[in-house]
Design a protein around this ligand. Structure first.
Ligand SMILES: Cc1cc2nc3c(=O)[nH]c(=O)nc-3n(C[C@H](O)[C@H](O)[C@H](O)COP(=O)(O)O)c2cc1C
Length: 182
């Protein structure tokens, strides 16, 4: 029995809809891609059916189909890449309410300067979309990897994915009671 079944008392195997997630990322030399995959794996492990898509393959409509959205990219001059910014700018067509009350989280790979700012830039856009943003249990705004991805980073990303999924499942199960949209 998965986390969703435990919380809702429903049986996902019998066709009850399971929460869905999407990780959208950009990456040139592979670090952010490894992080995206590890976060996606962590979400999947904890009861959220998750797809991981490179930003070129993702559309803004994809965001509307899921309950949790994770965005990440390398840090370029203390910000996200142009492709990720362009993707976010395209989401104006579903602003302000289509992503409301969905879970959001972010991550970045960098060499040591400005990673937090990149993550915060993602979170700012999510908050403007009225999303519910989640940071890692260990603190900070999102997972910020300095240097090439190693085993510790992958474990941190997986744990972050587990946490994002746990909140997604709990929020989806409780939305009726909260009487919120989304
Ligand atoms: C155009 C450009 C700008 C960058 N700017 C920063 C920066 O502001 N701060 C930083 O710490 N690293 C910076 N980096 C380094 C990358 O963020 C880092 O190498 C990252 O791990 C690359 O991720 P990727 O493997 O997913 O492409 C920059 C790299 C490039 C190519």
């Amino acid at each position: 029995m998965g986390l969703f079944d435990k919380i809702t008392g429903k049986d996902a195997a019998k066709g009850t809809s399971v929460p869905r997630g999407l990780v959208v990322y950009d990456s040139k030399s592979g670090n952010s891609e490894k992080m995206a995959l590890a976060i996606g794996q962590g979400m999947q492990q904890n009861g959220v059916e998750t797809k991981v898509k490179r930003v070129d393959k993702a559309t803004v409509n994809d965001l509307m189909d899921v309950d949790a959205v994770v965005l990440g990219s390398p840090t370029y001059f203390a910000n996200m890449t142009t492709k990720m910014k362009d993707f976010i700018d395209k989401s104006i067509k579903i602003y302000p309410d289509k992503l409301a009350d969905k879970v959001g989280a972010a991550f970045t790979a960098c060499d040591g300067v400005g990673g937090d700012l990149t993550v915060l830039a993602f979170l700012q856009a999510m908050l403007l979309h009225r999303m519910v943003v989640i940071g890692p249990e260990s603190g900070g705004f999102g997972v910020v990897q300095i240097g090439d991805v190693d085993d510790k980073c992958l474990a941190d990303c997986q744990a972050f994915g587990n946490r994002i999924a746990a909140f997604t499942v709990a929020l989806e199960a409780g939305k009726e009671k909260l009487q919120v949209t989304g």
